[in-house]
Design a protein around this ligand. Structure first.
Ligand SMILES: Cc1ncc(C[n+]2csc(CCOP(=O)(O)OP(=O)(O)O)c2C)c(N)n1
Length: 287
């Protein structure tokens, strides 16, 4: 269970993350900013609090694995890895999406070996993560495998093949975090291809389904503090209800900010809003 100092440290990291995402988006002249902002609390908590990792030894065999199946969120992953010291944040900020960079829009393990997997073609990350979890059991390893899936990505059939296989092979060490921000590329999921009932679908496939407010840091930390033990043999899907574009008024719930370029004035306003929210919550433990 987290103490107050840990919660405050994570809260500060979440604000730092949101400002850095905006900086990356502004500098790179375009990025999948909405979904990177929605998953802030979860991805920061995973890398700063939950996962058993060693940034000095990225290929440590016993490390927990993380696959960002919604691979267009590559910047989110690079950023939390930079925050943990896998590589320098300065290098990321200076080279993201540039020529000959190792930090392209979608994560590429060939260019960036510190990653656990490449991703980007929606639907492929969860099958990869399922294989990692199965390999862990066959190799008698105790690591967990975490996989972030988008709610638009739930429309890909391969997600459900993997979900079925994970339950069949009783992969209790596999944890999906479903970033339920209700938007996909160009609109709301329920208008484009309805995915509800989300929790019911994962349960019907033999998974634990736990619904949380994914933009509430305390709820996010709590759910990871109380994960079922891997020996339970049941994989877990955390349905993380979030707001796409969270923290920036003109981006929130706005399909135009799935992938967007932001101008000087928008960048200034966005940073001001994040900073103002930070000043308000400082002293409390709510991010
Ligand atoms: C197989 C495949 N089809 C289409 C795309 C293009 N694409 C990129 S992001 C996206 C929408 C994803 O929505 P969601 O999973 O909800 O992500 P989020 O809203 O969290 O960014 C699509 C269709 C893709 N990357 N891969």
């Amino acid at each position: 269970m987290a103490d107050k100092a840990t919660m405050e440290r994570l809260r500060d990291k979440v604000y730092e993350y949101r400002k850095d995402i905006l900086q990356l988006c502004y500098k790179a002249k375009g990025m999948h900013v909405g979904g990177d902002l929605s998953c802030a609390e979860v991805i920061v908590t995973l890398y700063e609090y939950v996962m058993r990792i060693d940034p000095q030894n990225p290929s440590w065999e016993d490390r927990d694995r993380f696959v960002i199946s919604k691979g267009h969120g590559g910047a989110a992953l690079y950023l939390v890895m930079a925050m943990r010291g896998y590589f320098g944040k300065e290098e990321l900020l200076a080279t993201y999406k540039g020529h000959e960079t190792r930090f392209g829009m979608h994560p590429c393990k060939t260019l960036c070996p510190e990653l656990d997997s490449s991703s980007g073609s929606l639907g492929h990350g969860l099958p990869i993560a399922t294989g990692m979890a199965l390999a862990g059991r066959l190799n008698k390893k105790s690591y967990r495998t975490f996989c972030m899936v988008g709610d638009g990505e739930m429309m890909e059939g391969a997600i459900w093949e993997a979900a079925m296989a994970a339950a069949h092979y009783k992969l209790g060490s596999l944890i999906v975090i479903l970033d339920r921000n209700r938007l996909c590329l160009d609109g709301f999921t329920e208008e484009i291809m309805g995915v509800e009932p989300v929790a019911g679908k994962w349960q019907a496939f033999g998974w634990n389904a736990i619904v949380i407010d994914g933009n509430n840091l305390k709820e996010v930390m709590d759910v990871f503090d109380h994960l079922p033990v891997p020996e339970s043999g049941v994989p877990t899907a955390i349905i993380s209800q979030t707001v796409k574009g969270k923290g920036v008024s003109f981006m929130e719930n706005n399909p135009a900010y799935h992938h967007a370029v932001i101008n000087d004035e928008q960048f200034r306003q966005a940073i001001e809003e994040i900073e103002a929210a930070y000043q308000q919550t400082k002293g409390g433990a709510k991010a």
